[in-house]
Design a protein around this ligand. Structure first.
Ligand SMILES: [Zn+2]
Length: 445
């Protein structure tokens, strides 16, 4: 089995690729962010390419270890669809080639403009998305199982998150997947919108092709559409070739020169990548590699770890965050980004537990309370749950005041001891360690 991907990611820029319209299409009213350029009106003159989009695309290419071209040209890719009034989509020649992510080779990376959105049922078109910058990442067919494919997409997502290039975090990928089984032709499945969708589409398609091959039928080279709602792939067209698009250089768009200086500038802006951070966490803080891995998977959680490590032992911080907090977040279907506003109380709980102010049970209970918003004033709660350090004083008080119970114990009534322990626990609000209380009482009587 061979699996390869073409992955489209909208780039985080303020304005569109060839005009000044804003890119936040999902927050705007339909057809609010539009102009003659991005609606493809005849004679509209596009801007030169948005430099910010080029820089972000370069950042991704460099992070994937690609060879960068020194000149990129925009081509017109012709096809007809109601969301593309110009009749062509502008797409660049490869900006980078020959990259790698894990075991998967990346063939090339392009910059493109997104088309608009066409609602098939109502026949309505919204051009807010039209002209939003995209990158297209094309892999070699190097993945040999659904698990490998999923792992690759997760790694790519993590990388793009670290590079901070994703326009809308809730719509990360649009994926076209190529699948071929031994003895069959290559089938392309278009329009998959999530990692979960990729898994389902691959599973469906592999079964479909296997069934055909097992019954002696042919798997033809074709393009299929993933129908998310029905969970099936549907044949779109058979044998589509590059020539059908009649690619030609766009005379309106000047070529983009990627100078050595520009590449160097972007290289300097490369942030620490997830795998680099993971290695550093282990070396610099001496934490467990599996904790380091977990902390790196959630970028903001990793940043919180470094902050917390300045206040408590890093190994304690790593376990507290990677194990305890992460577990509680997973249980609630959250990432640390969702609770960034709760950093302060969470830090307070961690420090209180670390310093022995509160017990482990109290810490876990408080952490849950903070996440569920049932604890508003974390300092007041810590005060209430504080471990009583001066148990001895309370014991002396009880022994003095309950002299007759002490007498009972001395005259052989064993159960009187339990009454004394119970009284101490009551007066400390249950925040003393009963075993320790017992020991102290015995030394006093
Ligand atoms: Zn526009």
């Amino acid at each position: 089995m061979k699996i390869g991907f073409e992955i489209h990611v909208q780039l985080k820029t303020e304005s569109k690729l060839f005009c000044n319209c804003p890119t936040n299409y999902w927050e705007a009213e339909p057809n609010e962010n539009i102009c003659p350029v991005c609606t493809g009106l005849p004679g509209a003159k596009p801007n030169p390419v948005n430099r910010e989009a080029i820089k972000k695309a370069l950042l991704v290419a460099l992070a994937l270890g690609m060879d960068v071209e020194d000149r990129v040209v925009f081509l017109r890719k012709h096809y007809f669809y109601p969301d593309l009034p110009s009749g062509y989509q502008r797409t660049s020649t490869p900006l980078g080639r020959n990259g790698r992510l894990g075991n998967v080779r990346i063939r090339e990376l392009h910059v493109e403009e997104d088309p608009g959105r066409y609602e098939l049922r109502e026949g309505l078109v919204d051009f807010n998305r039209s002209g939003v910058p995209l990158i297209e990442i094309v892999t070699e067919p190097d993945m040999k199982s659904i698990e490998e494919a999923e792992e690759f997409l997760k790694n790519l997502h993590l990388l793009l998150t670290y590079l901070d290039v994703i326009l809308n975090p809730s719509i990360v990928f649009r994926v076209d997947a190529n699948i071929s089984l031994e003895g069959g032709e290559r089938v392309e499945v278009k329009n998959i919108n999530s990692i979960e969708g990729v898994r389902k589409a691959l599973k469906y398609e592999i079964l479909r092709q296997r069934r055909l091959l097992e019954t002696g039928k042919k798997v033809e080279r074709e393009t299929r559409h993933w129908d998310e709602a029905r969970g099936v792939t549907i044949s779109l067209r058979v044998k589509e070739t590059e020539e059908d698009y009649r690619y030609m250089p766009d005379p309106d768009i000047p070529p983009v020169l990627l100078s050595k200086e520009l590449v160097e500038e972007v290289k300097r802006a490369l942030p620490e990548l997830p795998w680099e951070r993971e290695r550093r966490f282990v070396e610099e803080y001496g934490i467990d590699p599996s904790d380091a891995h977990t902390l790196v998977l959630d970028k903001e959680l990793g940043e919180f770890f470094e902050e917390l490590s300045g206040k408590v032992d890093p190994r304690f911080a790593a376990v507290f965050l990677a194990d305890r907090l992460r577990g509680e977040l997973n249980y609630r279907g959250l990432t640390f980004r969702d609770v960034l506003h709760l950093r302060e109380p969470l830090e307070r709980v961690a420090v209180a537990w670390y310093s022995g102010e509160i017990t482990k049970n109290a810490a876990v209970e408080l952490m849950r309370g903070v996440l569920d918003r049932t604890v508003v004033d974390v300092n007041a709660e810590i005060e209430k749950k504080k471990v009583v350090t001066d148990v001895e004083e309370v014991v002396e008080e009880v022994v003095r005041e309950l002299a007759s119970v002490v007498e009972d114990y001395r005259s052989g009534k064993r159960e009187a001891l339990n009454r004394l322990i119970g009284e101490v626990m009551k007066r400390t609000g249950g925040r003393a360690d009963p075993k320790k209380v017992r020991e102290i009482i015995l030394t006093k009587i």
